[in-house]
Design a protein around this ligand. Structure first.
Ligand code: IPM
Ligand code: MG
Length: 363
C-alpha cells in the first residue's frame, strides 16, 4: 500500500490538488496500484489554524508517507509577516527537513500548445529540456541570514548568504549526469563564475564529477547568458544544472516555452519520500473561481508515479491523457489561444483527464 500525503495549502492549491487526487485514484484502479491518501494542512492555512506554517503533525505524516502531493502556499493576508513566519516557510522547511535537494523541472511543450505561448512557433516547437535545481542550499538557507543594524549605524542591513560545499555540489551534479544519461546526454551547468566564489567552486566540482560520466557532453554557461539563450534557442538545452536561486528564476522563464506556468510540474527528491508540486504559486487572485489550470499538478502526479512509485507505464498514461485532452482543444484560461478551442474550468479539466485515462490506459 502506497501512502500519499496530500497537502493542498492555500489559494488555488485545494482545487488543483482535488483534481489531481481524482486522477491518481483512477490510475490506481486502472493499474492495480493500491494508494491511500491522507490530507494535512500547510502554509497560510496552517498559520491560521495553529500559528505555524509546518505543524509537527504535517511533517510526521510526510515522513511516514511514500510521497507528498503539494498544492501551493501563500496569499496577501500573510504578506505582512516576517519572512521566517510566512506560509512559504512551510514549504522551505519541508524541503530542508526531508533533505529534498534535487528539484526536477521538466519543460516539455505539448504540441497542441505551440500557439499558446507568446513566443514564436519556430523557436519553441519541440522544446524538451529539464531544469535540475539544487533545492536545499544557496541563498535560501545560507547563514548568516537576517536583518540587523547596519554597520555604519545608519538604519538596518539585510543579509543572505550564498554558500555551497563540495558535497552539496557533487551530489546534485551526479543526479544531473544520471538524468542526462537517460535523455539526450547533454548537461549545461549554469553559474556566475565571473563574479561569485560559490560559482567558482561549483564549476570546478561539476567538471571533476564529469569524469565519472564520459558519455555526457558537459558545457558551462553564465546565468545571464543562459536566460537569454533560453529564449533565443531553447532547443539547444537538454539538462540545465544550477543552484537554488538561479533555478527558481530560470524555471519560471522556461515555463513560457511550454505555453504557461500552469503546465509545469516538478519533483523534489532526496533520500526519503519525494515531494511533487506544480512550479507555480497559489494564485490568490483566481482562487476558488474554478479557472486555475490543474495540469501542472496532474503532471506532477505523473512524476510521483514515475519517481516514487516506479510505475513508468502509469506515469506515461497520465501524460498521454493530458496530451489527448489538449489535442481535443480543451483549454483553461491561461492556455487559451486563437482558433477552435473550448474554454473550460479546473474541475472539468480534471474530469476530462480522468475520462481519457479510462479510455486509453489499459491498451
Ligand atoms: C518555487 C517557488 C518557491 C521557491 C516559493 C513559493 C518559496 O517559487 O517552488 O519555485 O522560491 O522555491
Ligand atoms: Mg519559483
Amino acid at each position: 500500500m502506497a501512502r500519499i500525503a496530500v497537502l493542498p495549502g492555500d489559494g488555488v492549491g485545494p482545487e488543483i490538488v482535488r483534481e489531481t487526487v481524482k486522477v491518481l485514484r483512477r490510475i490506481g484502479a486502472l493499474f492495480g496500484i493500491p494508494l491511500t491518501f491522507d490530507e494535512e494542512i500547510v502554509g497560510g492555512a496552517a498559520i491560521d489554524r495553529c500559528g505555524t506554517p509546518l505543524p509537527p503533525e504535517t511533517l510526521s505524516l510526510c515522513r511516514a508517507s511514500e510521497a507528498i502531493l503539494f498544492g501551493a502556499v501563500g496569499g496577501p493576508q500573510w504578506d505582512s509577516l516576517p519572512v521566517d513566519r510566512r506560509p512559504e516557510r512551510g514549504l522551505l522547511a519541508l524541503r530542508k527537513e526531508l533533505g529534498l535537494y534535487a528539484n526536477l523541472r521538466p519543460v516539455k511543450l505539448f504540441a497542441p500548445l505551440v500557439d499558446a505561448s507568446p513566443l514564436k512557433r519556430e523557436i519553441i516547437e519541440g522544446v524538451d529540456l529539464l531544469v535540475l535545481r539544487e533545492l536545499t542550499g544557496g541563498l535560501y538557507f545560507g547563514e548568516p541570514k537576517g536583518i540587523g543594524p547596519a554597520p555604519d549605524g545608519k538604519g538596518e542591513q539585510g543579509i543572505d548568504t550564498l554558500s555551497y560545499t563540495t558535497f552539496e555540489i557533487e551530489r546534485i551534479a551526479r543526479i544531473g549526469f544520471q538524468i542526462a544519461a537517460q535523455r539526450r546526454k547533454r548537461l549545461t551547468s549554469v553559474d556566475k563564475v565571473n563574479v561569485l566564489a560559490s560559482s567558482q567552486l561549483w564549476r570546478r566540482v561539476v567538471a571533476e564529477t564529469a569524469r565519472e560520466f564520459p558519455d555526457i557532453e558537459l558545457d558551462h554557461m553564465l546565468v545571464d547568458n543562459c536566460s537569454m539563450q533560453l529564449i533565443r534557442d531553447p532547443r539547444r538545452f537538454d539538462v540545465i544544472l544550477t543552484e537554488n536561486t538561479f533555478g527558481d528564476i530560470l524555471s519560471d522563464e522556461a515555463a513560457m516555452l511550454a505555453g504557461s506556468i500552469g503546465m509545469l510540474p516538478s519533483a523534489s527528491l532526496g533520500d526519503g519520500p519525494g515531494l511533487y508540486e506544480p512550479i507555480h504559486g497559489s494564485a490568490p487572485d483566481i482562487a476558488g473561481q474554478d479557472t486555475a489550470n490543474p495540469l501542472a499538478t496532474i503532471l506532477s502526479a505523473a512524476m510521483l508515479l514515475r519517481h516514487s512509485l516506479r510505475h513508468e507505464s502509469a506515469a506515461a498514461a497520465v501524460e498521454a491523457a493530458v496530451g489527448l485532452v489538449l489535442e481535443a482543444g480543451y483549454r483553461t484560461p491561461d492556455i487559451r489561444q486563437p482558433g477552435p478551442t473550448t474554454l473550460i474550468g479546473t474541475a472539468h479539466m480534471g474530469d476530462l483527464v480522468v475520462e481519457r485515462l479510462s479510455n486509453t490506459a489499459i491498451h
